[in-house]
Write a new protein. Sequence first.
Length: 328
Amino acid sequence: MYTQGLDQAGTDEQIAVETDELLSAFQERIDAEEKIEPKDWMPEAYRRTLIRQISQHAHSEIIGMQPEGNWLTRAPSLKRKVILLAKVQDEAGHGLYLYSAAETLGVSRAQMVADLLSGKAKYSSIFNYPTLTWADIGTIGWLVDGAAIMNQIPLCRCSYGPYARAMVRVCKEESFHQRQGFDIMHTLCRGSDEQKAMAQGALNRWWWPSLMMFGPNDSESKHSAQSMAWKIKRFSNDELRQKFVDATVQQADFLGLRVPDDELRFDEDSGHYRFGEIDWQELFDVIAGNGPCNKQRLEKRRQAHSNGAWVREAAQAYASKQASRAAA
Ligand SMILES: [Fe+2]
Ligand SMILES: [Fe+2]
């Protein structure tokens, strides 16, 4: 299997063989809802788009362990600690499935990790916000994993087979994550005034960044139209954001919490909640590396990577010892 950087995929030679016949046969397979598998012919741009999307998704799972890992030692009971530990471990598992799915497209895991650690590759903007109270852990499960489910359920039908299949199990686990978060919020909202205030404070801080998770408005989203045509994406950013708002506002009502948006109202005609304008500058700043925790998150990941060097070396030494024994 050859390896390549995210930007170097596709030599002139490879692009030159993308004849109209090949491209239209590929699109016909997509239109017929056939799954594209690793050894099938695919346009170089399709391969590059998937490498970018799946590796960003994998990086998000891995970096996403940090804000919650921050509360493992401070969870309020043994039960909450065990649940949170299982949840954070699930996220590590999601990262690993996704790195494997991306590897089927010809990029190496070492290359993807190097691109994350150098700051070249992106991960979800949401994980650059701090977790200040225990209610943030509830809010992350409820809103962030909730938004992830909205995004990922349609990915179970993505045209690329390995990504679609990885998403089936990931989505089952995300559903557990969302419920554990909602359960934390439900408990806090039935608790003391202080606990309710803590829940409201966390919702105030996480609401808008959660809406930003769906990405820019459709009109600004440069990869959307092609990804929809290739059936990598099934719904647009704005459609998914609307589904999320419609589901979540009612959950907030049930909890007795107020969504921090003065313009939020139910529109009888459309059957949807209308909401205020997102502060896009904030999203672009966070993506550009200037969110509250970007530096801390990357620094911690670099440290974890170098702390793990001896494990990789030991595994490699063991593998080569086994290989030389087998050859003898
Ligand atoms: Fe996950
Ligand atoms: Fe999750």
